[in-house]
Design a protein around this ligand. Sequence first.
Ligand code: PMT
Length: 404
Amino acid sequence: MSKVFKDKNILIGISGCIAAYKSADLTSRLIKLGANVKIIMTANATKLVQPLTFQSLSANPVYFDTFQSTERWDIEHIALAKWADIFVIAPATANVIGKAASGIADDLLTTTILATEAKTLFAPAMNTVMYQKKVVQDNIAKLKRLGYDFIPPGKGRLACGDWGEGKLADIEVIIQHIEKHLNSSTKRDMEGLRVLVTAGPTCEPIDPVRFITNHSSGKMGYAIAEACIQRGAAVDLVTGPTNLQTPAGANVFPVESAKDMYQAVLKLYEMADIVFKSAAVADYHVKEVASSKIKKGQDSIKLELVRNPDILMELGKRKTKQVLVGFAAETEDLEKNALEKLKRKNLDFILANDVSSSESGFQSDENKGILFSKDGSITPIPLMAKKEFAHRIIDEVIKKVKSD
Ligand code: PMT
């Protein structure tokens, strides 16, 4: 029995492809490895393989597209979504991939894909021409960008008699992918570390009802906080105003202005082993904040702005044991500007965040950038979901922490 699989809840989604019979082997192998397995089948899959086969192998009821009891069905998709440590759709047809890419949830399988927060892997299986169609490849690329993973199909003789790409990956390969993800989701390489994360924008008041702010949503910082908690760290999260759910397990310190953030961060700094400074801090504040709402009597008014303290610069000056990770939101000369900040602020890493396009940086669910270390390593991180992006940054930072 394997340590990685033991008592893990693995949900298998089976869609209507002849390779559905191979999922019986997958189920049996996972059970032997010590996992708990539950199965969802689409209506078409049940025509190819009897649900009873999977029920017998998994020793669990098989869930499929039944609307006999709408109430129960509703409860089931949420219950299964929450139960799963990992969700593997094998085989995944072009139809299921297309629906998932479009957010369509019209049966139990696709509804559960939408409802789960568990890592979701697709193992496609279909005819070569279908697999290579641009629309299918675009759907796969979109899902990958959203954080879903794919186990590429193999090449060989397909059930339709054609030769080519589109065969369900070998069961051994699917198991290796599941193992890799179970390993990384249970990676507890930050245990014993205290991490300070800053997230979101700051708001600089003009009068009691107005303020100056920026487009930061907090998504990047919150993703880092969540990833650190998942990996076992104690996390202090100093956050400007956001609409996000606070990450479970974080000590949250809400702030408004850059000055508030400065004070909160400096109080927590000494205890921190690693600092991720992803907040978008205003460089200036209004010199004289009006005590009552400014009336719109005059044609123009002047606001005098004065510099805010540079929090990260101050952390760089006071650094003792901390590993300091800065972020640089750049629209041009990404590398040059980021390296200048790395040096000037005495950082260990800087993530040069390309905020020139709407698909990454501020507000988006995805990010891309380049992580530079003061030791000279350069790690480009392509466009991916912010949670995955956070893990990639942490992977590099942890290597340094462990090697010191
Ligand atoms: O919140 P999201 O919508 O998910 O967007 C994420 C993000 C784009 C805000 C994030 O990934 C990012 O790039 N954050 C840094 C934004 C920024 O302020 O960059 P900067 O180049 O202006 O500042 C460089 C570094 O100095 C940053 O780590 C910043 O936190 C820090 N700084 C800046 C000014 C200041 N007065 N004090 C600081 O500590």
